[in-house]
Design a protein around this ligand. Structure first.
Ligand code: G4P
Length: 219
């Protein structure tokens, strides 16, 4: 079991309707030391990709993306959500339907901040049905940039988003994949992920700090 799975078991709360509450460490109160481990782990998993920029979506993706960006040493752009938008030609937009919140949002990124030829890593906190992700992917494509990786903190593996995105051929890495959860029993089952080992070390440059990340499977 890795560090995020352990934390979910310790502090996550399973609610009726297949909802996992992680607001004490991930998407309301944020544990920055945990985010740093996640950032380091994303860097390890995407070490073979050349990443120019991280793209995320407001609100909960922003914190995770910002800490990860310190490890990749790249800027972060976050897509804004709006109920209605002025389409003035200066923005890329996509319509995103939220099954959880039962609403539709326009997702907007200014054309100034995504350019043709850029290599983009998309980061978000949850992957459920994958609608937000599909919207971000369409925006990257519209900009003529490429999606070189997708990093997710928690994937709900029993919803279809992950398999749709993987079937489209994207390099998707989820730090924790939930196979099933049971609100009554408070039980969470994670999908086993393949053990990885790397022959070379990942140099992690985070601001002024230079650290060496672990090369064995994540703990
Ligand atoms: P999708 O984006 O993968 O299609 O998922 P869906 O429409 O079902 O999810 C809508 C919102 O609910 C997303 O946040 C998503 O991160 C969040 N979500 C989905 N399942 C869970 C869950 O089990 N627990 C929690 N805590 N959140 C979940 P959002 O609308 O973008 O909101 P936010 O980023 O502003 O928080």
């Amino acid at each position: 079991m890795n560090f995020l799975e352990e934390r979910i078991l310790r502090d996550g709360v399973v609610k009726e309707g297949n909802v996992l509450k992680v607001d004490s460490f991930l998407n309301h109160q944020m544990d920055i030391a945990l985010f740093e481990r996640m950032g380091m782990e994303f860097l390890r998993r995407f070490q073979n990709e050349k990443i120019d920029k991280i793209l995320t979506i407001e609100a909960s993706g922003i914190g995770i993306a910002c800490i990860a960006a310190r490890y990749f040493n790249v800027p972060v752009v976050f897509a804004k959500k709006a109920k209605s938008v002025n389409l003035d030609g200066e923005t890329y937009t996509a319509e995103v339907e939220s099954f959880t919140h039962k609403c539709k949002n326009q997702v907007i990124v200014s054309k100034k901040f995504l350019s043709a030829g850029e290599h983009i890593l998309i980061i978000d906190d949850f992957l459920a049905n994958g609608c937000a992700l599909q919207g971000l992917i369409s925006i990257v494509k519209a900009a003529g940039a490429s999606v070189d990786g997708i990093g997710i903190a928690i994937e709900k593996g029993f919803q279809m988003g992950g398999s749709v995105i993987r079937n489209l051929g994207y390099h998707l890495e989820s730090l924790a994949i939930i196979e099933s959860m049971d609100a009554a029993a408070g039980k969470i089952v994670f999908r086993e992920q393949p053990a990885r080992s790397y022959s070379s070390s990942v140099e992690v440059q985070c601001g002024h700090r230079v650290a060496s990340s672990g090369i064995s499977d994540l703990q």
